[in-house]
Design a protein around this ligand. Structure first.
Ligand code: SAH
Length: 301
């Protein structure tokens, strides 16, 4: 197989530490996107509900996109040392079982499921929690933050992939690197992954977690993700791993036309929101399902 850029371990060169030039971010005046009023309980079953009045309904994220390209690029990650693979708590079989559960919950995109199967989630969390690495649950990573639940990671990426660009994902942006797990999953479905974290020790943690995996197409940035990365934009996809009361306007501006942004929105009650940029000055929005994320916060610490 030739999927060089898709194989773990990969070249390290790109796990870089460059602060975004956020101070230079131009102010944007993207139209406010209405916050969804209701959440569907299981978007995996119901598909996406378009909420914009004058926009055609968005393609359902389910079924339609079963990846001709998926298998051809994907190379299963022989990332886990033999010694760990023989540990029944973190074995390939346990990870496969987790992926099967995620699929059962409605994620159908084979490329996303393959990516989930390839990334050794247990390497991203504290070794003391290894035995829980493949339960479908968020887990603490320190600094009051969590590694996201595998289902929601897969779901967001699946929804983002089903864009009006025929699934093209040249550049994607993740807000909230945390320990780097979702960035690793994204690296298997996108050409270039940019990920921003606002908490310095977590940014460092992600670098340390990703370094041994030698993933060539991830760029880590320390900064306020609410400002995005204007110097790299536009992005074919943007994923927020933390929930704000609204989607930061700068991120809407940095979405390519035809691209999709997926973000949790809300406070105590949150919903997953899908925003598609349909024109230079036009975005349409849909509410997917209820979710629970750590809060999106401005500034850096
Ligand atoms: N993507 C992670 C999830 C990390 S939790 C995973 O793979 O599991 C969400 C992260 O978002 C936290 O680390 C939090 O510090 C970060 N975050 C919150 N607000 C942010 C902001 N404005 N910019 C960048 N990161 C932010």
């Amino acid at each position: 197989m030739t999927g060089k850029a898709r194989r773990f371990p990969l070249l390290l060169s790109s796990v870089v530490d460059a602060a975004p030039k956020s101070a230079q971010t131009r102010s944007v005046s993207a139209p406010r996107i209405a916050t969804p009023q209701t959440a569907t309980q299981n978007a995996a079953q119901t598909g996406v509900k378009a909420s914009a009045q004058n926009a055609p309904p968005m393609a359902s994220p389910s079924k339609s996109h079963t990846n001709a390209v998926a298998r051809s690029q994907f190379v299963p990650a022989a990332t886990v040392p033999e010694s760990e693979r023989s540990n029944p708590l973190v074995s390939d079989a346990v990870r496969r079982a987790m992926v099967a559960r995620v699929a059962k919950q409605g994620v159908t995109d084979a490329k996303v499921l393959a990516a989930l199967e390839a990334v050794p989630r247990h390497l991203f969390i504290d070794p003391g929690l290894s035995s829980q690495a493949y339960i479908d649950s968020a887990l603490p990573i320190g600094h009051h933050q969590t590694i996201s639940q595998p289902y929601i990671v897969a779901r967001m990426i699946e929804v983002m992939r089903h864009n009006a660009l025929g699934g093209k994902l040249d550049k994607v942006l993740e807000i909230g690197t945390g320990c780097g797990y979702q960035a690793a999953v994204l690296s298997l479905v996108a050409k270039e992954v940019y990920s921003i974290e606002r908490i310095k020790p977590l940014h460092e943690l992600a670098k340390n977690k990703l370094r041994p995996l030698r993933i060539a197409n991830i760029r880590l940035h320390y900064g306020d993700g609410m400002l995005g990365l204007p110097q790299v934009a536009p992005f074919d996809g943007i994923i927020l791993a933390a929930a704000g009361l609204e989607v930061p306007p700068a991120l809407l501006e940095q979405l390519a036309i035809g691209g999709r942004l997926v973000a949790p929105v809300g406070g105590r009650q949150q919903v997953l929101q899908l925003i598609e940029r349909v024109g230079k000055l036009e975005w349409k929005s849909a509410t997917l399902e209820a979710c629970h994320f750590v809060p999106l916060r401005a500034g850096t610490v």
